[in-house]
Design a protein around this ligand. Structure first.
Ligand code: FE
Ligand code: ZN
Length: 490
């Protein structure tokens, strides 16, 4: 919508809230053009190329291009990978990939990419916070009398005495929030780089918090969805490792085929319709120093062939969804795309490949699959959390509505134009792996599962005192019961 009779100061403010300063002459030019709209502001910010001051020349050129648009380049053909995914999707209408980076990555790692990435994170999460509380841009918070709420990215948290200070930043400015009592306790558990809201009163140049607001998920999640089929959750199979548990895997396959257990167990197996595997399908090559000594198969394709031959044993009426992890042969930085064609072709037809993270809709049940590398980072920041209760860490992830809040920890993040790690849609099921322990729980109606491993303790894990819980399988009926099966140590 074109806004008529606008003055240069208002134009400047429109740019300011988007994190840009506009030269007064450039603002004047925009006013006179009679073409001013919010849409145009967004477009000019896009062509500003990371410069924070928008010069008159930028606006002149923009208006010129608007009058004589350049011919659009021919659209590029879609990459092979994406086409393949769609083909598989079409063959089974009960499974839809809602969101996944596969075939869409665009980042080069430039400064502009990082700016866009963090802007996307801020924008998406602020929107969620705004659905619960009215916020004021940080630059204008100081002018509000009485209670004011702001939302921003946590830049820094520090303590002085029993007070906790939070430096909060949005694209208009930065403010120091002071937290005491219960709020200080909450502030101490902030991870950095997450987006929160703070409500409080301004004194001097600081905001004295009376409430810290996480984006969080609604109390009842998405509401209950009752289904008559079971989903099985696996991860960290580590095919190719010397410690891969062949015997236990075989027992699991026998169970799936209704060959072990009593009548009840067989009935359960009969109703399994989906198996989801959340990463670290193979052990990989060169993941940590000295890994060669731990490998039974030293060739990466050999490892995937071995993996595929084991997934081949799964009954064909079961749909298998495979997502990669940090040991797999895809880029390390998250979000990770699905395996490339050569590896996918090794797997049977009932296997669907998705990225990490991936958001899939299974007969109306929304499942968020994430390998879970950030769990290491979060446990190292919040002392009350541990590897023995992964579901408690997953709860913190849901509260922050971000899969990997900490930037610059052990989880490498790719600065995509859009932050794929924001949990925009509330899932019904949240599935992680990575830490090789087992845990399930519910948080505000969302079923959380961390799904063990099929690798026994390695020498490296022994050295660093990591105690895996292998061979545990979570079986879940949406809206119903959770069953834990143990194939290890029985
Ligand atoms: Fe793993
Ligand atoms: Zn892992």
């Amino acid at each position: 919508m074109v806004i008529k009779n606008i003055d240069a100061a208002t134009v400047a403010k429109k740019f300011l809230v988007r994190g840009y300063n506009i030269d007064p002459k450039a603002a004047e030019l925009l006013c006179k053009s009679g073409l001013f709209s919010d849409d145009i502001v967004d477009k000019i910010c896009c062509v500003a190329n990371g410069g924070f001051i928008i010069e008159k020349s930028v606006v002149e050129e923009f208006l010129r291009n608007l009058a004589n648009p350049k011919p659009k380049p021919e659209p590029k053909p879609k990459p092979e990978v994406e086409k393949k995914i769609n083909e598989v999707k079409a063959s089974n209408s009960s499974l839809k990939v809602i969101k996944d980076i596969t075939g869409k990555s665009s980042c080069q790692g430039s400064v502009e990419d990082f700016l866009m990435y963090f802007n996307s994170r801020l924008e998406k999460l602020t929107k969620i916070i705004r659905s619960r509380v009215n916020t004021t841009p940080i630059a204008y918070a100081g002018k509000v009398k009485g209670n004011v709420s702001v939302a921003g990215l946590v830049n820094e948290v520090y303590e002085r005495g029993d007070r906790c200070y939070i430096r909060l930043e949005d694209n208009t400015g930065m403010i120091t929030c002071v937290a005491t009592g219960k709020n200080a306790e909450i502030a101490r558990e902030l991870l950095g780089d997450e987006v929160i809201g703070v409500t409080g009163v301004i004194k001097g140049s600081s905001l004295y918090a009376n409430r810290i607001i996480f984006p969080d998920i609604p109390i009842n999640g998405n509401g209950e969805k009752k289904k008559d089929f079971y989903m099985v959750f696996l991860s960290d199979t580590h095919f190719g490792s010397k410690e891969f548990l062949e015997r236990e895997w075989k027992m699991f396959i026998n169970w799936l085929n209704g060959e072990v257990g009593g009548k009840k167990s067989q009935e359960l197996a009969e109703k399994v319709k989906y198996i989801i595997i959340a990463g670290d399908i193979v052990d990989g090559i060169g993941v940590y120093p000295g890994q060669e000594d731990d490998l039974a198969i030293k060739d990466i394709y050999g490892q995937y062939e071995f993996a595929a031959s084991h997934l081949e044993e799964i009954p064909k009426h079961i749909k298998v969804i495979v997502s990669p992890g940090n040991h797999d042969a895809v880029r390390q930085a998250e979000p990770q795309p699905a395996f490339d064609g050569e590896i996918r072709d090794l797997f049977p037809k009932n296997v669907e490949h998705v990225g990490n993270p991936a958001y899939v809709d299974i007969e109306g049940v929304k499942v968020l699959i994430y390998h879970g590398r950030s769990i290491d980072d979060i446990i190292s920041k919040i002392p009350r959390l541990s590897y023995d209760e992964p579901q408690k860490v997953m709860e913190e992830i849901l509260k922050r509505r971000h899969l990997s809040p900490i930037y610059g920890g052990r989880t490498p993040l790719a600065p995509e134009k859009e932050d794929y790690l924001v949990i925009e849609d509330v899932p019904d099921v949240f599935h992680c792996g990575h830490i090789h322990t087992y845990g399930t729980g519910f948080y505000r109606g969302v079923f959380m599962v961390n799904s063990s491993t099929w690798q026994a303790q390695t020498d490296f894990q022994k050295k660093v005192n990591l105690n895996p819980m292998p061979g545990n399988v979570a079986v879940y009926r949406p809206g119903g019961e959770v069953v834990r099966l143990r194939f290890y140590g029985e």
